[in-house]
Design a binder for this molecule. Structure first.
Ligand code: IPE
Ligand code: IPE
Ligand code: MG
Length: 263
C-alpha cells in the first residue's frame, strides 16, 4: 500500500479544521525568481501562472469560498512599458488557457480593480469568462487587476457621496455595511487570511479596508515556488490562531461570545 505523503497528511489535517472563508494572496517575487536564474523577469511572471493554477485547485479542493489574487496593482502601471505589456499578454493567455479549468470546476471568475484601464484584448476574455462563469457556486476566484486599496476606498466614497446627494442615504446614519456595498469586494465573505510571498513584510495597497481583522501569513517563498504545500502551511497557521476581534481570550472561548468573535 502506498504511504500517504507528508503533503496529503497535512492536507487531511487542514481539511479537518475550520477553513478560512476568504483568502487573499499578494503574489510577489516573480522578478527575483527569474533574475536569480539569469532569466528575464517575464519568465518569472510566466512561471507564476503555474502557481496560480495549483493554488486555485488546492483552494477549491479545500472548500474555501473565496480566493482573491493580487495580480497587478494600480502602481504596477508605472513599471517599464515592456514589462507591463508582457504581463498583459500573459494575463490574456491565462484567461484563455484556464477557461475550461475554471468552468469545469464550478469556479466563478470575478475581477476587482479599475478593469476599464486594461487593454481590450484582456478585457474581452475577462468579460466573457466572468459572464460564462457567473452562475457557478463552487468558489469565487477574484483577480485583483489594476487594483489598489486606496483607489477602491476612494471609488466607494465617491459612489457613497453620490447616493447621499441623490437622497438615497442619510450622511449622519451611514453604517459600515452602507460603505461596503460600494467596495469592489461587495458580496464576498470577510477576508480571513492574507498571504504574502517573497519575504516582504508589507501590504502594498492590497484590500486595505477588508484586512481589518485578517490573519497574516508571510512566507519567504517566491511566488513561482509557492505551491500546494506552502499554501497548506499558511492555512494551517491560520487554523492555529485565536481570533479575538478585540475581546479577551476567555470571552472568545465562552459559548455566548458574540458571533463575530467566533467567526
Ligand atoms: C509580483 O512579482 C508580480 C507583480 C507585481 C505583477 P514582482 O514582479 O513584483 O517580483 P519582484 O518583487 O520584483 O521579485
Ligand atoms: C504587490 O507587489 C502587487 C502585486 C503582487 C500584484 P509589488 O512588487 O508591486 O509591491 P512592492 O512594490 O514591493 O511594495
Ligand atoms: Mg514585487
Amino acid at each position: 500500500m502506498e504511504r500517504p505523503s507528508v503533503i496529503s497528511t497535512l492536507e487531511q489535517a487542514v481539511k479537518a479544521r475550520p477553513m478560512p472563508r476568504h483568502v487573499g494572496i499578494i503574489m510577489d517575487g516573480n522578478g527575483r525568481w527569474a533574475e536569480s536564474r539569469g532569466l528575464p523577469r517575464l519568465e518569472g511572471h510566466r512561471e507564476a501562472t503555474s502557481s496560480v493554477r495549483e493554488v486555485t485547485r488546492t483552494a477549491r479542493r479545500l472548500g474555501i469560498q473565496a480566493l482573491t489574487l493580487y495580480a497587478f496593482s494600480s502602481q504596477n502601471w508605472a513599471r517599464p512599458a515592456e514589462e507591463v505589456a508582457g504581463l498583459m499578454d500573459l494575463l490574456r493567455e491565462y484567461l484563455e488557457r484556464e477557461r475550461s479549468e475554471i468552468l469545469d470546476n464550478g469556479i466563478r471568475l470575478n475581477a476587482i480593480g479599475d478593469v476599464d484601464r486594461l487593454p481590450r484584448y484582456v478585457r474581452d476574455p475577462l468579460d466573457r469568462l466572468r459572464a460564462d462563469s457567473a452562475h457557478n457556486t463552487g468558489m469565487v476566484l477574484s483577480l485583483a487587476l489594476s487594483y489598489g486599496g486606496r483607489e477602491e476606498i476612494l471609488h466607494a466614497a465617491r459612489r457613497l457621496a453620490e447616493a447621499v446627494e441623490r437622497g438615497e442615504l442619510a450622511a449622519g446614519r451611514l453604517e459600515e455595511s452602507d460603505f461596503e456595498q460600494f467596495l469592489w469586494t461587495q458580496g464576498l465573505p470577510p477576508l480571513d487570511l492574507m498571504v504574502r510571498t517573497s519575504g516582504e513584510l508589507r501590504v502594498s495597497n492590497f484590500l486595505l479596508w477588508q484586512m481589518a481583522y485578517a490573519e497574516m501569513c508571510f512566507t519567504d517563498a517566491l511566488w513561482p515556488d509557492f505551491r500546494t504545500d506552502e499554501f497548506l502551511r499558511c492555512v494551517s497557521q491560520y487554523q492555529q490562531r485565536e481570533r479575538r476581534f478585540g475581546l479577551t481570550s476567555a470571552q472568545v472561548q465562552r459559548e455566548d461570545a458574540p458571533q463575530q468573535a467566533k467567526a
